[in-house]
Design a protein around this ligand. Structure first.
Ligand code: TYM
Length: 348
């Protein structure tokens, strides 16, 4: 993707995670770990958001939502995000997201949203009964990013289409209101080895918080024993591992486990097959279980420690929200002026 339009804008990273149940190994390897890696790149400003307004687009229980917000914030911190280096906050505390989201409802076209595959997946067969918010979800996501004029967005592969829509919205706004380069065309940052972690029960389905089977995923909050047990039970096939990547082509479960190993070990699938090619899952699974426990269970332990003190998490989120709002407000003032609206959010 071209980054020609990012030059005028401050290099700024934005990403979000929904507080909708347990965070999985997929969220970690596809996104959160990348947030942490970007933290040491001083050429960027960084904002990481618990997108709680997105979580209400589908049925939810208020009491569970509250603890899920704390849990995602705890996962951010336990994974290594430092509130002194990155702005950590929750979306509903910064009203500019919802303000710009509404404006983008008036910029995006129905035809664009009709093409969104995630809406089709999430709404299922009963589209008539889906909330309007679920349909307009990608517009709020575009607002999350563009309200800070973020230039780079670390995400897993499943968010690619939403980011293309974000670019289309930015482009249309810039063109329609004759404000070239007002919003940047953001770049997705998608990790090569872990763009899409698949279910442990079905190598053709994405690992997901919403899968009814808990054995399909590793949750960041799982204990060491449970992690090892889920890896032992992971679906495989009877063949030994191949010695090169081509040999994984028709073997989705094997490919997924090798991919997880490579991502956790910080190496490539080729290197993993160099070591385990020709060996059976009886050898490979215990090594993968040990590696997963080593990398993931300390995060779960730290999350438990942090969520035991939700007031501390709230203080971090509130402070982050103040800093985020201070970045967003002048951009919103420009947006209102550009549209000829007499608002500007002067009341807060
Ligand atoms: P969410 O909450 O579903 O997932 C958070 C992040 O985790 C990534 N991810 C995965 N990566 C690899 N393999 C998987 N199995 C896997 N499952 C999830 C997602 O790609 C995502 O990066 N719409 C977003 C939240 C959002 C957002 C934003 C993201 C709202 N506003 C602005 C970026 C910028 C979502 O539902 O992610």
């Amino acid at each position: 993707m071209s980054n020609t339009s990012t030059t005028r804008h401050t290099r700024r990273v934005f990403s979000g995670v929904q507080p909708t149940g347990n965070l999985t190994l997929g969220n970690y390897l596809g996104a959160v770990r990348n947030f942490v890696a970007l933290q040491d790149d001083d050429s960027f400003e960084r904002l990481y958001c618990v997108v709680d307004m997105h979580a209400i687009t589908q049925p939810f229980k208020p009491i569970e939502l509250k603890s899920a917000i704390h849990e995602v914030a705890a996962a951010f911190i336990a994974s290594g995000l430092d509130p002194a280096k990155s702005i950590l906050f929750n979306q509903s505390r910064v009203s500019a997201h919802a303000e710009l989201g509404w404006i983008f409802n008036c910029v995006a076209r129905m035809g664009w949203l009709n093409r969104m595959t995630q809406f089709k997946e999430k709404a299922g067969k009963n589209k008539e009964n889906a909330s309007v918010g679920l349909y307009a979800y990608p517009n709020l996501m575009a607002a999350d990013i563009l309200v800070y004029r973020a230039t780079h967005v670390p995400v897993g592969d499943d968010q690619k289409q939403h980011l293309e829509l974000t670019r289309d919205i930015a482009q249309k706004f810039n063109n329609d209101f004759e404000v070239p380069d007002f919003f940047p065309l953001c770049e997705p940052l998608i990790p090569a080895e872990s763009a899409r972690i698949m279910s442990l029960r079905d190598g053709t389905a994405k690992m997901s918080k919403s899968d009814p089977s808990d054995n399909s995923r590793i949750n960041l909050s799982d204990t060491a024993d449970l992690i090892a047990q889920k890896i032992r039970k992971a679906k495989t096939d009877p063949e030994p591992l191949p010695s090169d990547i081509e040999g994984l082509a028709e073997r989705p479960e094997a490919r997924n486990l090798v991919g997880i190993f490579a991502a956790l070990a910080g190496t490539t699938q080729d290197a993993v097959l160099g070591e385990y090619g020709g060996r059976g899952f009886g050898d490979f699974k215990p090594a993968l279980a040990d590696l997963t426990v080593e990398k993931i269970s300390p995060i779960g332990d730290e999350m438990r420690r942090l969520t035991a003190a939700p007031d501390h998490i709230d203080a971090i989120l509130a402070e982050g929200a103040d800093r985020a709002a201070a970045l967003a407000r002048p951009i919103m003032t420009e947006v209102y002026e550009t549209l000829g609206l007499l608002g500007g959010g002067t009341t807060g």
